[in-house]
Ligand binder design. Structure first.
Ligand SMILES: [Zn+2]
Length: 308
């Protein structure tokens, strides 16, 4: 079994300013706090100056350190897998045009070879760089990298569901809409048990919101013969997947635990609602069981939650 210290983590600005093919323009990168504009003494473009190069290294190292601490916390779960390299591209020019903070790049990753790709999106980089430059004193509180690492473990389910997500057949999109509660629910389960999810504070409430949302989306989709990118991205947007999903996963895990006396999900739920701590060991035991609900099994429970 691989040791945590042996896992290779690379974080790099992308495109890298020192790369000849980057065709970099100063404006793309000069927004970084601490970046020094203007030619160097030797007449080189600013992005090649020693102080700016040192800034890139600080950002890259900072990213690696944060990623590593998530990896270390998740190791009880992650150690069963093989890693050749974990790669994090830092999108300072907003090439991805992403509105999120970070991502797992399932299209580029290859779990069979142990190669995984992640991204720091521009929005997150602006937090990181402001923090490094001491302009702000804290970072977003969520378990960002733990969340993306859960997606990485979930790779094959995500890949499988992506065809439903991109299909132009409304029924496929409706299925994916439901599946998204699983995908983000698993990824956010640690946040839920860490007490970092606001808004919804019980399984009952989560089930109610899910049933209503599903009925609404089902109705909307039933009027369409085909869907397009715009319609689909509207359907899949919003925060409910992140807030409702983990409660649904907790509810499903209860199916397993209610057969034994080992763990009381009711007690776990009570503690979350009251802001009390559940043990770290228990959290990972629950997450491990949540992964038993793969996409097919999750879909088979649709009737338990929504009017199909
Ligand atoms: Zn996610």
């Amino acid at each position: 079994m691989q040791k945590l210290e042996e896992v290779k983590i690379n974080a790099y600005l992308s495109p890298h300013p020192l790369d000849d093919d980057s065709f970099l323009e100063e404006e793309w990168i000069s927004w970084l706090p601490g970046y020094i504009k203007g030619e160097t003494e030797d007449g080189l473009p600013s992005y090649l100056s020693d102080s700016n190069i040192a800034l890139y290294v600080r950002i890259e190292n900072f990213t690696v350190d944060l990623f590593k601490s998530a990896l270390s916390r998740m190791w009880p779960l992650l150690k069963e897998y093989h890693y050749k390299s974990l790669n994090i591209s830092i999108d300072y020019s907003n090439y991805k045009m992403s509105s999120s903070l970070a991502g797992y790049q399932y299209k580029y990753s290859n779990p069979g070879k142990g190669i995984y790709f992640f991204s720091v999106d521009q929005k997150l980089l602006s937090y990181y760089s402001a923090f490094i430059d001491k302009k702000v004193s804290s970072l977003p509180e969520m378990n960002l990298w733990e969340h993306e690492l859960m997606h990485a473990i979930d790779h094959w389910n995500i890949l499988k569901a992506s065809s439903l997500a991109h299909s132009n057949i409304p029924l496929n999109n409706l299925q994916y809409y439901f599946i998204k509660y699983r995908e983000e629910g698993i990824a956010n389960l640690l946040d839920l048990m860490d007490g970092k999810i606001n808004g919804i504070n019980s399984r009952t409430k989560a089930k109610e919101v899910l049933a209503n949302n599903y009925a609404k989306i089902k109705m909307e989709l039933s009027t369409l013969e085909k869907t397009d990118d715009k319609i689909r991205s509207e359907i899949y947007s919003g925060y409910d997947f992140y807030e409702v999903g983990p409660w649904i996963m907790l509810d499903l895990v209860n199916e397993i635990f209610s057969l034994t006396d080992d763990v009381s999900i009711m007690e776990v739920e009570r503690k979350i609602a009251n802001g009390e701590e559940n043990s770290e060991e228990l959290k990972f035991e629950i997450i491990r069981h949540a992964f038993l609900f793969d996409t097919d099994m999750f879909l088979s429970r649709l009737d338990n939650y929504c009017e199909a």
